[in-house]
Ligand binder design. Structure first.
Ligand code: AMP
Length: 216
């Protein structure tokens, strides 16, 4: 099953991907998670990427294309993959097409998770994250113990790019650079719209209804 999870920051791609990857047993490939891991480890890539990420800007295409090219070659992608946060620009989408042709794993479905901007701003500015990958929301999904991750006991933090001013910048960049990909994939007949405003379970069910027929 070869999938892209598409949608603005805060649409719930990461939350859904975590469930979907278990359900369908395919790897969740989040370019944001890969970049954040590099920032934490202080790699050259992380040092370079952080400058862009903290401002809510996109990391240059050639960096991301290299990351995805390497990641998709790994053996865990043999039965499929779930991309989250990639592609975000037309050159990234074109590069992906070529990479996938070379490894003979063409995209089957692009799920576009749709949520209005006002709700995205509320969701992102209340989000609290743990380095283990869990995330919480101060109002909608608060941790049992304030400031502490219920899964691993780690300390929760607010991502620098979840501050409201940076969130607005991310949404503007999404509208300008990433939204055109909706037409790009729609024209190829593989885009499916998902209403992302319901509960996590509602959205999960909508996605399963779309993906189940692609199960091998
Ligand atoms: P995310 O966790 O997907 O919201 O990504 C967090 C940040 O990482 C973004 O705001 C960008 O700065 C950077 N990033 C992640 N994926 C990409 C991508 N495909 N292209 C460019 N920058 C990216």
């Amino acid at each position: 099953m070869n999938i892209v999870l598409f949608g603005p920051p805060g649409a719930g791609k990461g939350t859904q991907a975590k469930e979907l990857t278990k359900h369908y047993n395919i790897p969740h490939i989040s370019t944001g998670d890969i970049l954040r891991a590099n920032v934490r480890e202080g790699t050259n890539l992380g040092i370079k990427a952080k400058e862009y990420m903290d401002k809510g800007e996109l990391v240059p295409d050639e960096v991301l294309i290299g990351i995805i090219r390497d990641r998709l070659q790994l053996s865990d992608c043999k039965d499929g993959y779930m991309l989250d946060g990639y592609p975000r620009t037309l050159p990234q989408a074109e590069a992906l097409k070529e990479i996938l042709e070379n490894i003979n794993k063409p995209l089957e479905v692009v799920l576009n998770i749709d949520v209005p901007d006002k709700e995205l701003i509320d969701r992102l500015s209340g989000r609290r994250t743990c380095s283990c990958g869990e995330s919480y929301h101060l109002m909608f999904n608060p941790p049992l113990d304030e400031g502490t991750c219920g899964a691993c006991g780690g300390k929760l933090y607010q991502r620098d790019d979840d501050r409201e001013d940076v969130v607005r910048q991310r949404l503007e960049i999404y509208a300008a650079k990433t939204m055109p990909l909706i037409d790009y994939y729609n024209n190829r007949g593989i885009l499916v719209n998902i209403d992302g405003t319901g509960s996590v379970e509602d959205v999960f069910k909508q996605i399963r209804d779309v993906l189940d027929p692609y199960r091998k």
